[in-house]
Design a protein around this ligand. Structure first.
Ligand SMILES: Nc1ncnc2c1ncn2[C@@H]1O[C@H](COP(=O)(O)OP(=O)(O)O)[C@@H](O)[C@H]1O
Ligand SMILES: [Mg+2]
Length: 249
């Protein structure tokens, strides 16, 4: 059967997660999750609050232990890697809730984002970041605590981008902020993706997330319930199924 162009994905698998199980004590919250992100793709993981999305991301970034399963990145086995090794391999995760260092300036927050690769930070990378995020360039010497919540979130994303990831992982960048902030972040993510950076996004604002994504996974109580081209998910039927009783838009 001809399923059309939208079903086609790049052949090269960048991130490959197989049979992932994660538990907090006795509570298994991620059950046999397998999915991948292909080279150059913008992939979104959708699912209701508490479905296990952040847990999946944290297991990939080695921030919590895996009970079972494997994580492979560009052919390299990262199943037993440390968080630092994961970052050095090119997976950079921006955590939920715009965490930046409040007592440091915008610029020092950015320089910290480069430490994983170069021991003393790399100021040459700053100009590229300021070009991508002019709102930060204007405030480079301001204390991060003086930024709005939206600006702090943009700073948190910029801190991830300056680390030169090959896969940028964003966990709910909307985080209760103004719609214009999430639009900015998703636009920058899409622009970086167009330059070849792969994106793995978890987001509650389904419509916005699907607007930029190529591929989507729906997680339902710790399992992948649907894997489909983002275009197919945009029609809403599959998304409604998973969010039944929740908010699909
Ligand atoms: N540190 C933790 N200890 C115990 N349970 C947790 C912890 N973090 C998350 N959970 C539980 O695991 C489930 C999945 O959480 P999470 O991955 O944060 O979901 P999502 O990101 O999809 O909202 C939820 O039931 C949540 O209450
Ligand atoms: Mg979460």
């Amino acid at each position: 059967m001809d399923t059309g162009d939208i079903d086609r994905r790049p052949a090269k698998v960048l991130l490959d997660v197989r049979g992932l199980h994660v538990a907090y004590g006795k509570a298994e919250v991620v059950r046999d999750v397998s999915f991948d992100v292909r080279a150059g793709e913008f992939v979104v993981i959708l699912g209701r609050n508490g479905a296990g999305k952040s847990t999946i991301l944290h297991a990939i970034s080695a921030l919590i232990p895996k009970r079972a399963g494997t994580v492979t990145f560009d052919g390299r086995d990262l199943t037993a890697a440390t968080p630092r090794e994961t970052v050095q391999a090119g997976i950079v995760q921006v955590l939920e809730g715009h965490r930046v260092f409040h007592t440091l300036s915008v610029e020092d927050n950015l320089l910290i984002g480069t430490y994983a690769k170069a021991p003393r930070g790399d100021p040459t990378k700053l100009e590229r970041i300021y070009a991508l995020f002019p709102e930060l360039a204007q405030r480079r010497s301001q204390m991060a605590s003086r930024l709005s919540g939206g600006q702090q979130q943009i700073l948190a994303v910029a801190q991830g981008v300056i680390g030169d990831p090959r896969l940028l992982v964003l966990d709910e960048p909307s985080g209760g902020l103004a719609p214009i902030v999430i639009d900015r972040i998703l636009e920058v993510a899409a622009a970086l993706c167009a330059e070849g950076l792969a994106i793995l996004l978890v987001e509650q604002l389904v419509e916005k997330a699907l607007r930029h994504a190529h591929w989507g996974y729906l997680v339902e109580t710790g399992r992948i319930a649907v894997s489909a081209p983002a275009e197919r998910l945009r029609d809403g039927e599959l998304v409604r199924r998973v969010y039944l009783g929740g908010h699909a838009a």
